[in-house]
Design a protein around this ligand. Sequence first.
Ligand code: NDP
Length: 419
Amino acid sequence: MNRLLIIGCGGVASVAIHKCCQNSEVFKEIMIASRTVSKCDALKAKLEGKTATKISTAKVDADNVDELVALIESYKPDAVLNLALPYQDLTIMDACLKTGVHYIDTANYEAEDTEDPAWRAIYEERCERLGFTAYFDYSWQWAYEEKFKEAGLTALLGTGFDPGVTSVFAAYAKKHYFDTIDTIDILDCNGGDHGYPFATNFNPEINLREVSAPGSYFENGKWVEIPAMSIKREYNFEGVGMKDMYLLHHEEIEALARNMPEVKRIRFFMTFGQSYLTHMKCLENVGLLRTDAIEFNGQQIVPIQFLKALLPDPASLGPRTVGKTNIGCIFTGKKDGKERKIYIYNVCDHQECYKEVESQAISYTTGVPAMIGAMMVLNGDWLKPGVFTTDEFDPDPYMDALNKWGLPWVVDENPVLVD
Ligand code: NDP
């Protein structure tokens, strides 16, 4: 298998496409398809002549299953890599099932219209039953398990950095370092500075919806939800230094809690500077983070979508961003009856990423694992019928690929723990 259809041509897709083109032995042919085909054509023009990968482009509206099916039937890919938005996950999965191709993405399904009564009824029942109120969760995509199994197809969910690499780190820790894991703390630190008063590092709508929502963590078999940004810790990150970090809800917690039920506590922390938080609070207070449509001058507008149009395009941050990211997981548990703790992390330099693929490290740390996940499926290392997250396969070939393709990792066997 060596033919991949990539949907979306934004910040993450651009990196994944650069990496596929560096890896032409696996990715012999790719098609880049998005709403704005001129972006796909521009990227193709930039890469052609520098790679043995054959690139084609197409226009597609990934909200439309029939359009997707027609495109897949004409291009005949072995797999589809969804790098559009989480809103398109289900339509693309439906199209993959109809056409018999494998499916890969980096973020779990989220409804675009959170006021839709049919969606809301299911959402509210889930909030009640599980105890977390995030708009995104795995239930929608896990519901495709039987369909993918029956079709003999693989759906690989969430192969970005977090989720994605962080869950591979968990599988690797379990395989090589622990008999049982007791706690997992996932730490996402961005020490980068882009020089703007306020900008988001990936799609602003998805990013701001995520960080302005209540935080939550999983403890002793239950979700504990807290007000947004109400648990703060400090941590000294290798390559970055001391940073404030805040507990957020994050999607890999849900998958790890299901797949590693022995783990007693799973938390996720992300670093934010005070200026970012002040801007966000202000935007929230004036209503610009609202996701429901309002009437303005006779037109319906969604405030958060209007805000996105005002903010810098994340893809444009690359040349301006300096500093490093450090993302990883601290595990505690037992091996041969003894207590053990380890920290597996990657440090990535924004400017190095820019030199290599003209993107900042946030897109880079997501786009590289997206390419690796697609490679795992195409080369057969991670191929089994059903719907899976990245912790459900052998982590070793993926960990090797991280070292080879630009995200080398470190195991610290004596880390400072987060209290
Ligand atoms: P961008 O906004 O930069 O890019 C999104 C792309 O999707 C654009 O090319 C856009 O096209 C395209 N698109 C949107 N809607 C449609 C549609 N209906 N049909 C076809 N194409 C569409 O986003 P990012 O690159 O920052 O993020 C991409 C994905 O990566 C998101 O799902 C995000 O949640 C995920 N992500 C995952 C991370 C992880 O670590 N797991 C971290 C960061 C991001 P157009 O420009 O024409 O609108």
